[in-house]
Ligand binder design. Structure first.
Ligand SMILES: [Zn+2]
Length: 53
């Protein structure tokens, strides 16, 4: 199994439309969350972004 720099397993199916990447993002001190980053051109990303807020 592939793991990223944080030791988190990376699935081959994070996103069917792009090479989405899982990254740990520190949103505040001592609070880190995993977020999936899609390519800018990813249609799934556009859909998620449109529904997000
Ligand atoms: Zn994607």
């Amino acid at each position: 199994m592939t793991r990223n720099a944080f030791g988190i397993p990376i699935s081959d199916s994070l996103c069917p439309d792009c090479n989405a990447e899982l990254r740990m993002v520190e949103i505040s001190p001592q609070v880190t969350v995993a977020q999936i980053f899609h390519d800018d051109t990813c249609p799934a990303f556009a859909t998620i972004d449109g529904q997000g807020k």
